[in-house]
Ligand binder design. Structure first.
Ligand SMILES: C[S@@+](CC[C@H](N)C(=O)[O-])C[C@H]1O[C@@H](n2cnc3c(N)ncnc32)[C@H](O)[C@@H]1O
Ligand code: SF4
Length: 423
């Protein structure tokens, strides 16, 4: 326990209210982006978790049990270390100014201090949970499982500098990793992707990430630009390391080029200690099933993976039945995959298919091309916060899931943040 008290002891003794039991202790460590996190315990009863209540004045706005394991707490002698908590400020506060709160152990007078204060300022949740900025509307490949149906896409639209600049007016209203550059489509098709990264204010770069197929030849200069960009992370799609299967799954892509890109990317990123983290996404099929543990291993040992995501195929309407029959995993395959991956010493997450069978549930294709352009519909409907926003290359903004009800072009808005605050 000693170190914990030595580190924080002065704060502790200065802020502990007189009425509190001497056995109560804890701190708030983080009060950002609508989240409060820290630890709290009753030392007389360390195996019994306390509850932390967040109040604005007298009003209780959130609470959480302090029962989450944290290794440093265990090492400090706090029972088995199960005393951490994390609390979300309700979404109704999102986009509102920051406000003063207290964090109190339930049923006691003990207030947890944050940066030395028992009454401290908490950041309200951001106005948007994310902005999916589609800086292009097209892809260089035509993967047979793609969530997007490109049948009617004949012309590549790219976002202009002006539109991107207007869109950046909203970036301070998203959380860390909340501003996505073309999570649909292929961001490297945008000829000014690197310039766009530079246009993002330095202190907002950690809000940015993108996913790429790395299937067209990419220069070392571009990889240096990415390595020094300060963005949060880059996802690389890696379904197979087999030439022939790559040509099937990544239609119009060539494994050789992809592999060369990855080697070059890893070589450059190794030279920059603060390069963005690399994550790898593998869609699990029968055709790549045996390879998946090797993919996880190889991407960690050769291509700087910090995490691999193995996911099921979102069963969108336009995927052809033949592909479903040949490539989709069966229900029994998932426990086998789980067991095989559990033997590896690497970080990975598995996105399992829905329990009730995913082949039976067909989702609409992720196509947003039909969205009306730049029409602000009247009267304006109201939306739950935080908002989820999608931006088309021309600047049309829609609320995800409510695309048919509302659209407005960011280029027509004098003050985009104010506009969405008043929605
Ligand atoms: C839509 S893509 C866009 C980025 C880029 N074109 C790429 O493929 O890397 C984003 C991620 O979704 C994955 N994906 C595409 N279609 C999918 C589907 N039907 N189910 C699950 N993941 C899918 C891709 O493999 C990729 O990792
Ligand atoms: S590379 Fe990505 S966006 Fe392009 S077709 Fe494949 S999954 Fe879809």
């Amino acid at each position: 326990m000693k170190n914990l008290w030595e580190n924080r002891g002065s704060i502790f003794s200065r802020t502990k209210p007189a009425l509190a039991s001497p056995s109560l202790c804890g701190f708030v460590d983080r009060a950002e982006e609508g989240t409060l996190a820290g630890w709290a315990a009753d030392l007389d009863n360390p195996e019994h978790p306390v509850v932390v209540e967040i109040r604005e004045g007298d009003k209780l706005i959130a609470s959480a049990a302090a029962d989450v394991y944290r290794r440093d707490l265990e090492l400090a002698g706090l029972g088995q270390g199960r005393h951490a908590f994390q609390c979300s400020i309700p979404a109704s506060y999102s986009g509102l100014p920051n406000f003063t709160v207290t964090a109190q152990i339930q049923g006691t007078d003990f207030l947890l201090p944050y940066q030395g204060k028992t009454h401290f300022v908490a950041e309200a949740p951001p106005l948007f949970s994310y902005i999916a900025a589609d800086i292009v509307n097209n892809c260089n490949l035509r993967c047979p499982f793609c969530v997007v149906d490109y049948t009617d896409v004949t012309k590549t639209e790219v976002m202009s500098d002006e539109t991107f600049t207007r869109l950046l007016g909203l970036i301070r209203s998203v959380p860390t990793a909340g501003f996505w550059l073309s999570c649909l489509h292929e961001p490297t098709l945008h000829p000014r992707l690197n310039q766009f990264l530079e246009m993002v204010p330095r202190d907002c770069r950690q809000k940015i990430w993108f996913t790429t197929n790395l299937a067209k030849p990419i220069s070392e200069e571009t990889f240096i630009a990415w390595a020094t960009s300060g963005i949060h992370h880059i996802n690389v799609s890696l379904d197979t390391m087999d030439d022939e299967l790559f040509a099937v799954l990544r239609k119009f892509g060539r494994y050789k080029i992809f592999h060369q890109n990855l080697d070059r990317l890893a070589k450059v990123f190794r030279q920059y200690s603060d390069a963005p983290k690399l994550r790898y996404i593998t869609v699990a099929f029968r055709s790549n099933f045996e390879e998946i543990p090797k993919i996880v291993e190889h991407s960690h040992t050769h291509w700087l993976s910090t995490e691999n995501e193995i996911r099921y195929t979102y069963n969108v309407a336009h995927i052809v039945d033949e592909f479903r029959r040949e490539h989709y995993l069966r229900k029994d395959d998932w426990p086998v995959l789980t067991e095989r991956l559990s033997r590896l010493p690497y970080k990975y997450v598995i996105a399992y298919p829905p329990e009730d069978g995913y082949e039976e549930t067909i989702m609409p294709s992720a196509n947003y091309f039909e969205i009306q352009k730049a029409v602000q519909m009247v009267p304006r409907p109201s939306f739950d916060r935080p908002l989820e926003l999608r931006a088309r290359p021309d600047g049309t903004l829609v609320i995800v899931g409510r695309e048919s009800q509302f659209a407005v072009n960011v280029n027509t808005l004098e003050d985009p943040v104010r506009f969405f605050e008043t929605l």
